[in-house]
Write a protein that binds this ligand. Structure first.
Ligand code: SAH
Length: 249
């Protein structure tokens, strides 16, 4: 199995070259809990903001205990990295609330080695959680500088089995499909048809859907047969909108 980060598309080749060097020293898994100075705050967040909110999957909880969220936020917000709320990451975007990351991840019902597509790489934090869980991760980000900085921090932290692409995620990642699970971390006003098509039968899509500027409903979409999708609401949420490249409708 090859470990490493692939950052697709032409304009980001410089970051690829940088990451090739990072790959040399990469270790495949993070087996013990990190002992950085944020560890007590991270543990408290997991106890009071994740477990007590009802997340129960032990693997997801362990990943939330392990991934250093402070590395994915701008320096001026590091002291809030383990508060249970979203934080700005630049370009009008946010890193999601930790509880929502844990809830969405748990809702995907992942098995080791699953192929998971994420739409909205943002800071790279959700991708790191998926990698920590042993997934084969494909993540797409539409804002070029965010795609580059996420690739950079994920490389520094040695996360494995990550494939990153700078593109409009509305269309999914056809060449890498089908996926066992798809997670969308920006909100469209409808479920993109390409994502439904790229989900394996038996797979789960978790996606916030709602009007721009309003609250959305978080949906779990289970593809139970080729033409049958079962939708379950996971509750109300507030995500940044899924934006579209001009002229791609
Ligand atoms: N998962 C992220 C959260 C990012 S917020 C994290 O862990 O930090 C949502 C992200 O979706 C933003 O970075 C935004 O630029 C991106 N986004 C919005 N529309 C998109 C689209 N059509 N395709 C890909 N990414 C998109």
């Amino acid at each position: 199995m090859r470990h490493g980060i692939l950052l697709a598309t032409g304009p980001l080749l410089a970051a690829c070259a940088l990451l090739a060097a990072c790959a040399e020293a990469r270790s495949p898994t993070h087996t013990s809990l990190p002992t950085d100075s944020f560890a007590p705050a991270r543990e408290e967040l997991v106890e009071t903001g994740i477990i007590s909110y009802g997340v129960s999957d032990p693997e997801v909880i362990q990943a939330m205990r392990t991934v250093p969220r402070h590395r994915f936020v701008p320096p001026e917000y590091q002291d809030q990295a383990y508060d249970n709320h979203p934080l700005p990451i630049g370009y009008g975007q946010t890193i999601s609330q930790p509880y929502i990351v844990a809830l969405m991840t748990e809702s995907l019902e992942l098995e080791p080695g699953d192929r998971v597509l994420e739409i909205g790489t943002g800071s790279g934090y959700q991708a790191a959680v998926l990698s920590e869980l042993g997934m084969e991760v494909y993540s797409i980000e539409i804002v070029g500088p965010l795609a580059e900085s996420a690739a950079s921090v994920l490389g520094e932290l040695d996360y494995a089995n990550l494939n990153l692409k700078h593109a409009d995620g509305y269309f999914g990642w056809e060449q890498a499909a089908p996926f066992d699970a798809i997670i969308v971390t920006a909100a469209p006003d409808h479920v993109p048809q390409p994502l439904l098509g790229q989900l394996k039968v038996g797979g789960i899509l978790v996606i916030p859907v709602g009007p721009v500027g309003g609250f959305q409903e978080l949906w779990r979409v289970h593809r139970v047969a080729v033409d049958v999708y079962e939708n379950t609401s996971l509750g109300g949420v507030l995500f940044v909108p899924l934006v579209r490249e001009p002229g791609t409708d």
